[in-house]
Design a protein around this ligand. Structure first.
Ligand code: ATP
Ligand code: MG
Length: 490
């Protein structure tokens, strides 16, 4: 495995050569080197150097301090790629002492790149590359571990997790993103140190959890998290679904069904909010399960309501933003809607659109698909779904009505007409013209034209108005037919 200097973006080369010209060493380091070797696109670019923060700042025009670890952001003002706007430069660091499994007590700088690679978390992240020298440093056999697809701690795994428990979450997150396995000795240490996660802030746990859900392998990662005992520090409620058998329609327990639903969202590359609500959609089932003697089966009445409440609590605990909490909670709350064909009438769809919001109604459909696939059924039930999709579009389209016009009844009264049926006839006549030619929908044109129409007799105006109404109804029907055609339903 090799990297060629041409793979390094000019914005990054500008930073490393800038440091070198000023007489310092500079290496591209960590995850970005890993990603290049794996043929992935790096999320951000990090550079490490023997220069001090002050010296880094003195070398470039536009910089700022980013944290207490000496990291300096070097700004590329002309970069168009968001990821290259800032290149983070950190002095070589020695691993400081951690007395709290959270943050080093002090940060010490070093003159050796070897020290800096030693403090890094995993072998595949302890890599450094110099575009100038064309040299790759790999002191812990990270490249070999890429071959076996292993996440392996640098040094003694247990010590490294005791220093910084966030590395536990990072191990699982990286395994999900890269589809790697945690090397057995590292995994055993993760398991042993799992309880240290208690010391890590909810926000940092949440950030890694989000990345797990957004990865390609969230199901595997959650099974692993459960097995090694860290799921209880993320959301223990997910775990309570284990061993909770469902009714005859389901082959999996609640836990497996939830994570299979989530995995389908990942397979489809659906949005974060769909993934999140897929994972939690049946979280209320263990609390709502009752045996029905009549059905000779389990029932879960109210699990959507209970689940929504639980989802809200879980996400609040993980300090998710209010908007995320509200969206996920509402999707969980209404996830049963499209499961029950009896419920799905056009007016009910209108109500559900109002409940979950126009911008999330398609997420609710996708959640329904995840739920179904997560049950183990191979098909997404295309016909019924298409029918629902058509109903949603129909429910959401703005009706053809005189309300679309840039003129209203009040204006016509201002123009001198008395309140009465003549106003409605006039508006419908105007609507017909606008349907024929939408460019006529301006206040100027319509007011002028209204003046002409109002000079007609009652009989004439009524005739035009009523014919126009028929045209409107025909136009409405045609629009609905178009939607149905689009989804191959009628
Ligand atoms: P990504 O950029 O995709 O999130 P990454 O591995 O690059 O993944 P960053 O947070 O960008 O993660 O960190 C950059 C590098 O810093 C890592 O590759 C690793 O070498 C080191 N690093 C980050 N966090 C830790 C940690 N908690 N302990 C030790 N080293 C770490
Ligand atoms: Mg990175």
């Amino acid at each position: 495995m090799q990297i060629s200097p041409s793979q390094i973006p000019p914005e990054v080369v500008r930073v490393t050569t800038g440091l070198e010209k000023a007489g310092y060493e500079a290496w591209i380091v960590g995850g970005c080197v890993r990603d290049l070797l794996l043929g992935r696109s790096p999320k951000d670019w990090d550079v490490t150097t023997n220069a001090t923060p002050e010296q880094i700042q003195a070398t470039f025009e536009h910089t700022y301090y980013t944290n207490e670890f000496g990291t300096v952001g070097v700004v590329n003002d002309d970069a168009t790629d968001e990821r290259l706007k800032v290149v983070e430069v950190t002095p070589y660091r020695l691993e400081g002492k951690y007395s709290d499994a959270r943050r080093p007590d002090s940060v010490q700088f070093s003159q050796n790149i070897e020290d800096d690679l030693k403090r890094r978390d995993f072998t595949i992240n302890a890599l450094a590359y110099s575009a100038t020298k064309g040299q790759l440093l790999d002191p812990y056999d990270g490249i070999k571990d890429m071959g076996t697809r292993w996440i392996r701690a640098v040094g003694e795994p247990k010590e490294r997790f005791e220093e910084d428990a966030l590395r536990i979450m990072r191990a699982v997150r990286l395994s999900a993103e890269l589809d790697f396995t945690i090397e057995p000795k590292t995994e055993a240490a993760v398991e042993e140190c799992a309880s240290q996660l208690e010391k890590i802030s909810k926000e940092r746990i949440r950030d890694e959890f989000v990345r797990i859900l957004n990865s390609s392998q969230p199901m595997k990662a959650l099974i692993l998290s459960q097995k090694i005992g860290i799921l209880q520090y993320i959301a223990p409620e997910i775990e309570t679904g284990m061993g909770i058998a469902q009714n005859q329609a389901h082959s999996f327990d609640v836990f497996e069904h939830n994570i299979r639903s989530l995995q389908h969202a990942a397979d489809k590359d659906w949005s974060f909010i769909v993934r999140l609500s897929a994972l939690f959609h049946d979280v209320g089932k263990p609390k709502s399960r009752r045996w029905s003697d009549e059905k000779k089966d389990w029932t879960f009445h109210g699990h959507d309501v209970v689940g929504a409440r639980m989802t809200k609590k879980i996400l609040e605990n993980l300090k998710f933003p209010r908007e995320t909490i509200d969206k996920a909670t509402s999707l969980v709350r209404w996830h049963m809607f499209f499961s029950d064909p009896e419920k799905v009438t056009l007016s009910a769809v209108r109500r559900i659109v109002a409940n979950v919001g126009k911008e999330h109604i398609w997420d609710l459909i996708n959640l329904r698909i995840c739920d179904r696939i997560g049950t183990g059924r191979p098909k997404e039930q295309p016909f019924r779904l298409r029918k629902y999709q058509a109903m949603i579009e129909q429910a959401m389209r703005d009706p053809i009505s005189v309300g679309m016009l840039k003129i209203d009844g009040r204006k016509i009264i201002e123009l001198g007409e008395k309140p009465g049926p003549r106003i409605g006839w006039t508006l419908h006549a105007l609507l017909e013209e606008v349907l024929e030619d939408p460019t006529k929908n301006t206040a100027e044109y319509l007011e002028g034209r209204a003046g002409e129409l109002l000079s007609l007799s009652d009989k004439e105006l009524r005739k035009i108005g009523e014919e126009a109404k028929d045209t409107k109804e025909a136009a409405e029907e045609a629009e609905i037919k178009d939607i149905q055609k689009k989804y191959f339903v009628d």
